[in-house]
Design a protein around this ligand. Sequence first.
Ligand code: SF4
Length: 454
Amino acid sequence: MADHLAAAELSGSAPRISFVSLGCPKALVDSERIVTRLRAEGYELSRQHEGADLVIVNTCGFLDSAKAESLAAIGDALKENGKVIVTGCMGAEPEQIRDVHPGVLAVTGPQQYESVLEAVHSAVPPKHDPFLDLVPPQGVKLTPRHYAYLKISEGCSNRCTFCIIPKLRGDLVSRPASDVLREAERLVAAGVKELLVISQDTSAYGVDLKYASSPWKSRDGETREVRARFLDLARELGSLGAWVRMHYVYPYPHVDEVIALMADGVILPYLDIPFQHASPTVLKRMKRPAAQEKTLARVKAWREACPDLTLRSTFIVGFPGETEAEFQELIDFLDEAELDRVGCFKYEPVAGAPANDLGLAVPDEVKQERWDRFMATQQKVSARRLRRKVGTRQQVIIDSVGPTVAIGRSKADAPEIDGVVHVASRRPLRVGEIATVKIERADAYDLHGTAVGF
Ligand code: SF4
């Protein structure tokens, strides 16, 4: 994902910054925080590198392909502008950047907001203007105004062997519940209709705080203590009147309690749960959290408790040492679990990941062949799950409107990663509006229907 941030509408001689945000939604939230601070200090945003006073590149260092993309983006910024500050995941290993691009002004690591700001101040000092310094209280959102990502923690205390995130971002640090709720409340008050809860491990929220309570004044004016616990936070977020969607949850037993909230309509019946594999021996080599859980039984119990539940997941094929029998366990799991949406990656030996030392690399052609089989299996399952929606009525949040058809998402579709609903309507729909849509047709990924209620 790459976003050139929208240019501010303000004019004048304030310093102008061009900002490139690469990587996952968590990196996007970091970008939003930096941009909010910059705007609060009176900096303007520029759509182009050319003519800006400075370029900031927020990098992604998760996979080698992401690193290459980040290095290319830095190269473009140097060519088109010349003054470049680099931040984000790749900033944890600055020599990787400086070896290729010695001309960058500064390199700071992930979540080092203060260091980025300091580097900006020394390259292009802020111009104080009390009018320019005003930013909306909800901050500057890079996502459309009707949905927003809500980051509840930083870092991760797991040690999955294919992953270098803990090395880049450190151990889990959760935000107090009151802090998260205040931000969520501000977002909803500013017009956000859908909150996308993100972190590296959402179900581990609050473990580092020992689930400590913090005081929060709810909308009914009552002050109460809210524990920094997944269930408690989900319940309070669900009381704010927006859709609440949970990303990056692991199948721990306490997730069952959150499914009950989904069944009651408190939060969306949607779980983004990166299983990564289904073979217990591979999961053990991956050192996955909750590797010992009986996942299939859990998925079935969740579906019984909440029949509308949408499950999205990601998997890795070709993990070191993956045998044909282990891969077949994964295919059998896909057939049985009937997941709605699935992403699949071929294992990539990310530099520094402990899994590379396991030896027994799976040859590239075997990885490709397994990936093809995986996708062919899942495509049938996903298409079947989608077809079940034909004839039903779904609530759809409108993301964009065209001359004849609007594009939206049902409760089963997260922005950018899932499918969409194409909506015909006899009256023009507005972006951010939630309409009731009769589903008439399904193709491989998307649904098509007509608005029947507004
Ligand atoms: S849970 Fe595992 S894959 Fe996810 S960030 Fe933590 S270590 Fe990486």
